[in-house]
Design a protein around this ligand. Structure first.
Ligand SMILES: *Cc1c(COP(=O)(O)O)cnc(C)c1O
Length: 372
């Protein structure tokens, strides 16, 4: 029998979450962010599952972080527009951008000059990235007017111009800084009569006033709720990845006996401990504390002892039916019906769902649901 650990990917849930993003986007168009191998879910497979939706329900574009990710999608047969969220990393990439029919962000002066010097056969759709307060990538607001004019004056190089910016705090309940960024972008859009693309998942979910011409949801498509305080909409998200394994050994321990490296956990009562085939060598976070939730045979219990490379240990004292071969869900949906959110697991690991999902390593086979 093969090692039982798999990442089950539920395309119905992916399509449901994308439909929710579209519904929330209203008049705005919703691209699907599938960078970082679709947040660990498999970019080509997820793109095919979304692209094969009927016209009008499928994403009008996908977004990735770099040319290599876009190349992989084109090789996988994805024909939809693909936006490079950070544009090019060197001027030589422009020939491939053109050949693959990609759209791209332009966030800095050297990229702008490279594009204007390149003279493509057909103009490239360009989204001008503005630093409205994240202070990572983008032109300062006071530079944007001249950038916009230079691009507008070169219709043979650039087309479909959009203003784009990224929020630093859209997930937070406190809207102060979010509104500062939004106002800066609205002022620019009005001055230049430019369409806007601003909203990541939390802004798509919680800030309709930010939706503009396009929204850019990422993590919500995979069923993770990025909001500090969940909303009625975010509660409708469904988990796409289920990290599923089985118990491979069980043992009884007397009071005071330790489990695993450094004996971090010690039995506070006569205990039954189950060993699960999943560890940090699979990408499960080693920072998971004692008490991190897992589902065993559909019932919640907790991690007991440090996560090892290939195994972890859970307390099944109160789940008498748990035995070798019982299902263990590290996050996602149990065959017994219960759901354990990746966001909840992330809190016990002092991290966010994004790192857990993107962290699942190639050793874990992805098993894709059938597409109708
Ligand atoms: C990753 C990314 C997104 C998606 O963010 P989520 O929080 O996953 O929705 C949107 N825009 C840009 C520029 C990004 O890099």
């Amino acid at each position: 029998m093969a090692r039982p650990l798999v990442a089950d990917i539920d395309f119905d849930a992916l399509r449901h979450n994308y439909a929710l993003a579209r519904e929330l986007a209203g008049e705005s168009r919703a691209l699907a962010v599938i960078k970082a191998d679709a947040y660990g879910h498999g970019a080509v497979a997820c793109a095919l599952a979304l692209e094969s939706l009927p016209e009008g329900k499928r994403p009008p574009a996908f977004a990735v972080a770099c040319l290599e990710e876009a190349e992989a999608l084109r090789l996988g047969g994805i024909a939809s527009p693909i936006v490079l969220l950070e544009g090019i990393f060197e001027a030589a990439e422009l020939a491939r951008v053109e050949a693959l029919g990609l759209w791209m962000a332009v966030h800095s002066e050297w990229q702008l000059q490279a594009l204007l010097a390149h003279r493509p056969a057909r103009p490239i759709p360009v989204w001008v990235k503005v630093d409205s307060g994240m202070h990572r990538l983008g032109f300062a607001p006071e530079q944007v007017e001249s950038v916009w004019q230079r691009l507008s004056a070169a219709p043979e190089c650039a087309t479909g111009l959009q203003l784009m910016s990224h929020f630093a705090t859209a997930d937070a309940v406190d809207a102060g800084y979010f509104e500062t960024q939004l106002q800066r972008m609205r002022d620019l859009a009005q001055r230049l009569q430019a369409p806007l693309c601003l909203a990541n998942s939390p802004a798509t979910l919680a800030w309709p006033q930010s939706h503009g011409s396009w929204v850019r949801p990422g993590v919500m498509l995979y069923g993770s709720d990025p909001l500090e305080r969940p909303s009625a909409a975010s509660r409708r998200l469904q988990p796409v990845m289920t990290l599923r394994s089985e118990i491979i050994a069980v043992r009884d321990l007397a009071v005071g006996e330790p489990v695993g490296y450094a004996g971090r956990w010690r039995a506070p009562r006569p205990s039954r401990i189950a060993v699960v085939a999943c560890g940090y060598g699979d990408g499960y976070d080693r920072h998971a504390v004692d008490g991190t939730p897992v589902l065993v045979a559909g019932q919640r219990t907790t991690i007991a002892g440090k996560v090892s490379m290939d195994m972890l240990t859970v307390d099944v004292t109160d789940i008498p039916e748990a035995d070798i071969g019982s299902e263990v869900v590290l996050w996602g949906r149990s065959r017994h019906g219960a759901v354990l959110g990746v966001d909840e697991v992330a809190r016990y690991c002092d991290t966010i769902s994004y790192t857990l999902l993107t962290g699942i390593l190639p050793r874990v086979p992805r098993r894709y649901s059938r597409l109708d």
